[in-house]
Design a protein around this ligand. Structure first.
Ligand code: NAD
Length: 334
């Protein structure tokens, strides 16, 4: 397996695949020899130049190249494309030329691939597919909650307000720095249709805002279920999901900042929090209406999904075995 685009998502995918007993990472492709290229070298990942004309920059910076991206794509059984939104679609031709299957990320339009994927919700849809898109961090976070609710009670309608971080910690050109933006202003937002790439029959409306934070996204969810439920029952259901952490009362975790501290204290790589973090106290029910708050670590929640997508595409394991193996090897589940 090779990674094309070694940034926020790519470096995490590379580490996650490297940790799997049934996969081999054969290299990563980068456009420039920045700090991530140096740390990739320290991890022993062969480096390929994503843009051939830039190859000399790597040797000037003391980063040894194993070749050019074309060679990586030719040699790999699968490429996980983690390039910025829109570049993945441009790269598809490269993968097709070499008959190399590929996984794209959520910044691409759904039509970049045959299937949009979330391991919990539609693992089997990616079986034997050549091109798969792992949905965005927000869609992954919503799918992990909707799937068990749909199975247990049936879902009539989802309404979600997504309070989104302005940018990742390293994205110093993003914002807002001091504002609260309805974003996108148009209601409903594009997030609902993206969730429908996983649940085609779902009724869902979403609204988005952007705030001056880099830590996580926070979702306010209202789900109208088909049956009357109790909050205790929903809580028990979500506590049974390994990729959902129901934050217990008494932990003193009142926001995304403390969640990130918790992940660092727990010794997680890069302080990652792969699980949806649902505040237990927020789970409230009024008849068939369920309410909750959850936080989503945008930089890491999609990482286990990429690993499972590889197993689904190559028919290596069933859904349960794959998800358990991914979770065990990465240390997911609190
Ligand atoms: P990023 O900018 O951190 O990393 C992208 C990397 O690709 C950079 O290292 C960049 O130099 C490199 N690159 C640019 N052009 C390239 C090319 N032609 N060939 C190879 N590499 C190239 O971006 P990211 O945040 O990792 O996002 C990657 C994808 O993952 C996007 O589709 C994004 O929407 C999606 N995604 C991002 C997040 C997030 O919060 N960061 C969460 C979920 C999904």
């Amino acid at each position: 397996m090779g990674v094309n685009g070694y940034g926020t998502i790519g470096k995490r995918v590379a580490d996650a695949v490297h940790a799997q007993p049934d996969m081999e990472l054969i290299g990563v492709a980068k456009t420039q020899p920045n700090f991530e290229a140096h740390t990739a070298g320290e991890r022993g990942y062969p480096m390929y130049a994503a843009i051939p004309e830039r190859s000399p920059l790597f040797s000037e910076a003391g980063v040894e190249l194993a070749g050019e991206v074309d060679e990586l794509v030719a040699e790999a059984d699968i490429i996980v494309d983690c390039t910025p939104s829109g570049i993945g679609a441009e790269n598809r031709e490269l993968y097709e030329t070499h008959h190399t299957p590929a996984i794209f990320q959520g910044g691409e339009d759904a039509d970049v691939a045959d299937v949009s994927f979330n391991a919990r919700a539609n693992f089997d849809a990616a079986r034997d597919a050549d091109y798969v898109r792992v949905v965005s961090c927000n869609t992954t976070g919503l799918s992990r909650i909707i799937a068990p609710l749909e199975e247990e009670y049936g879902v009539e309608k989802v309404r979600a307000t997504l309070v989104r971080r302005g940018g990742d910690p390293g994205q110093n050109s993003r914002g807002p720095i001091n504002d609260i933006l309805p974003n996108p202003i148009k209601i409903p937002s594009h997030h609902g249709p993206d969730v429908k790439t996983i649940f085609p029959d779902l009724e869902i409306d979403t609204l988005g805002l952007k705030v001056p934070a880099t830590l996580m996204h926070v979702h306010a969810l209202n789900v109208t279920l088909e049956d009357d439920v109790t909050g205790a029952h929903v809580r028990q259901l979500l506590e049974g999901e390994n990729r959902v952490y129901v934050i217990p009362e008494g932990m003193g975790i009142d926001g995304a900042g403390k969640l990130m501290d918790f992940a660092l204290d727990a010794g997680r790589p890069r302080g990652d929090m792969w699980e949806n973090c649902v505040w237990g106290e927020s789970i409230g029910v009024n008849g068939r209406d369920l309410y909750l708050f959850q936080a989503i670590h945008q930089q890491s929640d999609v990482i286990p999904e990429n690993v499972d997508a590889i197993r689904a595409m190559f028919d290596l394991e069933d859904q349960k075995t794959s998800m358990e193996l991914t979770d065990r090897t990465l240390g997911i589940g609190i």
